[in-house]
Design a binder for this molecule. Structure first.
Ligand code: HEM
Length: 285
């Protein structure tokens, strides 16, 4: 991602000469290609040896294989490429917020303990259906530390934007994630306040304070983009983050006893820049 940012966003000569950054990018891409290609082919070989039984739901990869083997492999590689750094950065962001806000952490734990009072039980699709505070913590973590600046598109037609003529085909950056740090849209924007995303019936302890602007446009906060080219991994990542956070917070007290003001740096995507020295203490209940 860093090389992608250096070559794709910053000024560079790589189109004319192979710069050292370009060579490193090429090498990294070859490694990623070999690795993801190997995993995809291994998964396909497993599936061919043990084909899906009658009545069993096929995996996404199996469904794609039926249509086109090459597309199936490319899709599997895309998912690995787009799914690893994004998920780990976002999980880091949410964990930092949870660790630095022990009261919110405890509130989340209480919600989780109602669902899983005994430590030998497991979270399941059924018992995770109503965990509004868990979802609100994830959403608020993503707001405070967004993965990307926003979105980009090429204009499909000539448009007029705030009095400027923008010709068809212009690349437009929509920095919507800056807006979610604006007081007028999100009151107390620097604070981790998951309550702002709860529906009224779930927000029993918020009181009367406004934590979100009236009539906030849903376009202001689009961590997974929008429309036909929005993130294909959204559902997977939501499931991963919910499972991971629920399990960790249910069983461990999480601390991070270091400053977090420069926790992330932007290399096209925001990536953690500090050693992630979390302290996890087993709660034993
Ligand atoms: C928290 C983690 C993630 C975030 C915040 C995120 C965010 C995004 C965003 C903002 C876009 C661009 C959407 C647009 O232009 O409208 C995108 C595209 C994409 N994402 Fe994610 N993503 C995450 C995880 C994943 C995962 C886990 C996968 C795969 C399993 C994935 C696969 C993709 C792919 C393939 C695209 C390109 C879609 C296209 O161009 O049609 N992402 N993601």
């Amino acid at each position: 991602m860093k090389y992608f940012y250096d070559l794709g966003v910053k000024p560079t000569l790589y189109k004319y000469i192979k710069t050292p950054t370009y060579r490193r990018f090429e090498k990294t891409m070859d490694t990623i290609f070999d690795l993801t290609n190997r995993y995809a082919n291994e998964a396909i070989a497993r599936m061919e040896q043990n084909p899906c039984k009658e009545g069993e739901e096929r995996s996404v990869l199996e469904k794609l294989l039926k249509i086109d083997r090459k597309i199936a492999i490319i899709m599997a590689m895309d998912m690995l490429l787009a799914g690893v750094d994004t998920t780990s950065s976002t999980l880091t962001a949410v964990l930092l917020c949870i660790a630095k806000n022990p009261e919110k952490q405890q509130k989340l734990r209480e919600e989780l303990l109602k669902v899983l009072p005994h430590r030998d039980q497991r979270f399941t699709t059924d018992n995770m259906k109503h965990l509004p505070y868990l979802r609100a913590c994830i959403k608020e973590g993503m707001r405070l530390y967004p993965l990307a600046f926003g979105n980009m598109r090429a204009t499909g037609a000539d448009v007029a934007l705030s009095g400027y003529r923008v010709p068809k085909g212009t690349r437009v950056f929509m920095n919507s994630n800056f807006l979610v740090h604006e007081e007028k849209f999100i009151p107390r924007p620097r604070e981790f306040l998951p309550e702002r995303w709860l529906r009224q019936q779930d927000a029993k302890t918020v009181g009367d304070e406004k934590l979100i602007a009236d009539d906030l446009s849903k376009f202001i906060f689009l961590p997974f983009g929008y429309g036909p080219r929005s993130c294909v991994g959204k559902r997977i990542v939501e499931l991963e983050l919910e499972m991971m956070l629920a399990n960790v917070v249910r069983h461990f007290e999480i601390e991070f006893n270091y400053p977090t003001d420069k926790a992330f740096a932007n290399h096209f995507l925001n990536t953690p820049q500090i050693p992630l020295k979390f302290k996890f203490t087993d709660l034993n209940y």
